[in-house]
Design a protein around this ligand. Structure first.
Ligand SMILES: NC(=O)c1ccc[n+]([C@@H]2O[C@H](COP(=O)([O-])OP(=O)(O)OC[C@H]3O[C@@H](n4cnc5c(N)ncnc54)[C@H](OP(=O)(O)O)[C@@H]3O)[C@@H](O)[C@H]2O)c1
Length: 419
């Protein structure tokens, strides 16, 4: 491609080299997102990228492309010197970690969509990038087609950011929409989500809040610079939702959404958690329905901003992967500015949340170490309490909440320590 440049005060036509280099891609995974990316690439003819090889797991699966493209040997990609970009879109986090790490150590650029892998290994992968100079991009890993990571990295590259809060999981949001808007029963809505491909056959990753938590961990690194190991954080899902909880919310004119909350407080602390949350009609995320995601970013001086879009699916996610591919073409890399230039905040669980707890047996409430009871109800067939509970206590009893069939929802009220 020719372009105009001014050289020695004369306008010259010069050739710029980047337009002549094509990215040669080795793709891992050809499922929903991998094949979605393939179609997106075909519809973006100006993108200077071609897929040379696709590594998959099952050699005998029927494929829509010629078999010469496929391999089950990762080294066909990792050891190929012509391949300069590895795109990792597989569903196994442990294998993904090995693939991404090896590719970076081989000096190849990598694009990944694997939030589970990233949330558990991001600190190490940042160090490897520093040491090798290779680059890892993963905008597709959080909120599908919403360009949240690059915005946190580039636009919100100062310390005005106060909170990131939103609906980060499309499957559970679809289920909640069916329940609240169409009066579907939870299990029927879940079945429908599975039929439409919005939820996996094992939906626990989505409905128990793990998916949203892993995304939130990634956003914390780019928004604030702080890395939080997922096991040290609280996630609680919608899997124990009952008609009683839905009726309670509706009577108060509220909806229940699975909300990821990340907020800065005190001198320099952040806290984060994922919980079913009561949402009122004046909240930006109230009208985020079905498989959509919505993120509210709040900062000093600019107050609230809202990003909305498709959070999952082959083509929306494939388009986010394409954006990372073209970003690498222009040599873009995350600088992890908040870690590099700022004294990044400490992660703290020393906050008190006001929560709704629906329970069967009063004895079960003893697990929470309740700080204060605000309101309670004892019905014939169900009981609930609104109480103040420490986030650190909730983390300790995370597994028991499911086992005891308790339903917990955050009312939105939080008290911070003086830290
Ligand atoms: N689906 C979405 O909407 C979405 C959105 C954002 C991010 N993501 C992330 O994107 C990634 C892919 O998700 P997906 O929905 O596309 O999964 P998927 O439909 O289940 O496809 C997974 C693909 O990975 C391949 N695979 C698994 N283990 C492999 C290994 N060790 N080596 C090579 N290939 C392997 C499978 O091979 P076979 O074809 O041989 O089985 C399959 O092609 C996940 O990390 C997911 O969290 C997905």
């Amino acid at each position: 491609m020719e372009t105009i440049e001014i050289i020695d005060n004369k306008v010259e036509k010069v050739k710029i080299s980047y337009s002549e280099t094509t990215q040669v891609i080795g793709l891992f995974g050809f499922g929903t997102v991998g094949s979605g990316l393939y179609h997106v690439l075909q519809n973006s003819p100006t993108t200077k990228a071609r897929i040379k090889k696709v590594c998959i797991k099952n050699a005998f699966k029927e494929r829509s492309l010629n078999s010469k493209f496929f391999s089950t040997n990762p080294n066909d990609i990792l050891d190929d010197p012509e391949i300069n970009l590895v795109v990792e879109l597989i569903d196994n986090a442990d294998d993904a970690y090995l693939i991404v790490k090896t590719a970076l150590l081989h000096g190849k650029s990598v694009v990944s969509g694997n939030k589970t892998m990233l949330a558990h290994h991001l600190e190490e992968l940042i160090e490897i990038q520093k040491k090798t100079g290779s680059a890892l991009l993963y905008d597709a890993s959080a909120c599908g087609s919403i360009p949240i990571i690059r915005n946190l990295e580039e636009y919100y590259d100062n310390d005005l950011l106060l909170s990131i809060r939103g609906i980060l999981n499309g499957s559970s949001n679809y289920i909640l929409s069916r329940v609240f808007q169409h009066n579907d029963d939870y299990n029927f809505a879940l079945k429908k989500a599975q039929e439409l491909g919005f939820a996996e056959s094992d939906p626990s990753f989505d409905v128990m809040g793990f998916d949203a938590l892993f995304k939130l961990v990634i956003l914390a690194v780019h928004g604030f610079g702080t890395y939080v190991y997922p096991n040290d954080a609280f996630n609680c899902g919608i899997h124990n939702l009952s008609v009683h909880d839905i009726r309670y919310a509706k009577e108060k004119g509220l909806k229940i959404k699975l909300v990821a909350t990340l907020t800065k407080f005190g001198k320099n602390c952040i806290t984060l958690f994922v919980m079913p949350t009561f949402v009122s009609a004046d909240d930006y995320i109230y009208n985020v329905e079905d498989e959509y995601n919505g993120v509210v970013i709040e900062g000093a001086f600019y107050e609230k901003q809202f990003m909305f879009g498709k959070g999952a699916g082959g083509h929306p996610t494939g388009s986010a992967v394409l954006s990372d591919i073209t970003a690498r073409f222009h040599d873009y890399r995350y600088e992890y500015k908040k870690r590099k230039y700022f004294n990044y905040p400490e992660y703290s669980t020393d906050v008190v949340l006001e929560v709704f707890i629906r329970y069967h047996d009063i004895v079960d409430l003893s697990i929470f170490g309740i700080e204060e009871v605000i309101e309670k109800y004892n019905g014939r067939d169900h009981r609930w309490m609104i109480a103040k509970v420490k986030l650190s206590s909730l983390i300790k009893v995370k597994d028991l909440i499911t086992k005891l069939n308790l339903f917990i929802a955050y009312t939105g009220k939080i008290e911070y320590s003086e830290k």
